[in-house]
Design a protein around this ligand. Structure first.
Ligand SMILES: [Zn+2]
Ligand SMILES: [Zn+2]
Length: 182
């Protein structure tokens, strides 16, 4: 069974997942990231999810692709970054887990996560996956020159002015001050 969904505010009830699984296709997920996050969605954000029940656990295969806007740490300009990733979760009902089991669960290729036993919030999963893809350092390009801490010039576009200012005759500055005081 395949369902097409606009937007991302989707919650799937576990009881609605058919025996042979449920395909969900998401389009136009603008606004998936909230304003509080360090970036926002810019271009088309799409996602796909396949949900499959294994007893009370849910296997979730998914893909998400989006264009996001980040701010460069060096020059403070915004730039675009493409996100395209696939993921696999095993969702376990949180009330059925005791602490001892929890540690034994995780395997390398699979992310074990919890759900409340009744519903799965797909938007949260997409959001988590996008945020995981964002590098710690945001750099618009590897050779971004950044901003001069001295004069504040954007060194990608303009020359640093620090040199000039120190070379200027200090007496001319004094003279100007003197004139202004008159
Ligand atoms: Zn930059
Ligand atoms: Zn400078």
């Amino acid at each position: 069974m395949t369902k097409k969904i606009k937007g991302f505010r989707s919650t799937v009830l576990v009881e609605d997942i058919p025996e042979d699984g449920l395909h969900l296709v998401f389009e136009d997920m603008l606004g998936l990231l909230s304003d509080t996050e360090e970036c926002r969605i810019q271009g088309p954000a799409k996602g796909k999810i396949f949900l499959y029940r294994v007893d009370r656990n849910i296997h979730l295969n998914g893909k998400v692709a989006a264009l996001i806007v980040l701010k460069c740490d060096r020059c403070l300009e915004e730039y675009n970054q493409e996100i395209d990733t696939s993921f696999f979760y095993e969702l376990v009902p949180s009330q059925s887990i005791d602490k001892e089991k929890e540690t034994a669960l995780g395997s390398k290729d699979m992310e074990v996560s919890f759900y409340d036993g009744a519903e799965i919030r797909i938007g949260d999963i997409f959001r988590e996956q996008i945020l995981l893809q964002i590098p710690m350092r945001h750099v618009c390009s590897e050779d971004c020159k950044g901003i001069c801490p001295g004069c504040g010039a954007d060194l990608n576009r303009e020359e640093c002015r620090c040199q000039k200012e120190t070379l200027e005759n200090p007496f001319s500055v004094l003279k100007k001050l003197h004139e202004a005081a008159k």
